[in-house]
Ligand binder design. Structure first.
Ligand code: MG
Length: 258
């Protein structure tokens, strides 16, 4: 079985500086955005609706959760937006005895993100914007490897797989948290099968970055939220609605729990 690092490896020095001078969709305004919106499917969310994006723990409970507004919900793409200032739920640092389970606590989200999610895929692609001297400025793409999302009555369930790729606006990229990912594979928290799955997925995303392909060529960095949208709030039931677990979880995690 060839390793992922056949050519690039997980070498943090591996970066590729490039831009997309001929990004086709930038010459065809709206080519992607005109597909936004509800495709009419009854299981899909409406544009502007607030949903809960939840990370589901190994024992099938809702973990970290964020409120997002639906930007697009179609058969091949779910796009979700969270502004800075939204309240999300994250694990608190437990000051109690070590064996006591940490609890979820409300925290303020600090960075505006558009989260592009693809049905059946093991990653999502995030776009970050930052406020620079009062101006909203696109600052980075981020490839987050994660479980393929599942739909719930209140939103979407997934879970993080540690490895990420940080991509600059000019499509220079680098791995993030690769040692932590490798350590989890060594410890058996992730099975070799999951590791292969993620590396294979990573290879396809890196190819898309290096070839300036979708979604990096789609003009999403110019997207702007509806100015009438208020800061979203986690919908009722985010912490109690039954989790939709990943069908491949046993293959991916073995018997590990955590
Ligand atoms: Mg991640």
């Amino acid at each position: 079985m060839p390793e992922f690092d056949v050519e690039r490896g997980f070498d943090k020095s591996t970066e590729n500086q490039q831009i997309c001078p001929g990004a086709p969709s930038l010459r065809r305004p709206g080519c992607k955005f005109d597909r936004m919106g509800n495709d009419g499917g009854s299981n899909h969310f409406r544009v502007g609706e607030t949903v809960a994006l939840r990370y589901i723990t190994r024992n099938g409970k809702p973990g970290m959760s964020w409120p997002f507004r639906v930007v697009s919900d179609t058969e091949d793409l779910v796009a979700l937006h969270i502004p800075a200032g939204a309240t999300y739920a994250r694990w608190g640092r437990s000051l109690s005895p070590p064996l006591q389970r940490a609890s979820l606590e409300p925290k303020t989200w600090r960075r505006e993100i558009l989260r592009l999610m693809y049905p059946g895929r093991n990653h999502s692609i995030w776009l970050f914007w930052a406020e620079e001297e009062g101006e909203r400025e696109f600052s980075a793409y981020y490839v987050n490897f994660e479980e393929p999302f599942r739909r719930t009555p209140i939103g979407f369930d997934t879970n993080d797989h540690t490895l990420d790729i940080v991509v600059t606006p000019t499509l220079s990229w680098r791995w993030k948290d690769e040692p932590e990912f490798e350590e989890r594979v060594r410890q058996g928290i992730y099975t070799p099968e999951l590791a292969r799955m993620i590396r294979k997925e990573a290879r396809t995303v890196v190819e898309a970055i290096e070839r300036c392909e979708a979604p990096f060529s789609d003009g999403w960095e110019k997207w702007q939220p509806d100015p009438t949208w208020e800061v979203p709030v986690l919908p009722e039931g985010w912490d109690s609605a039954p989790a939709m677990q990943w069908e491949d979880r046993v293959k991916a995690y073995g018997d590990a729990r955590g």
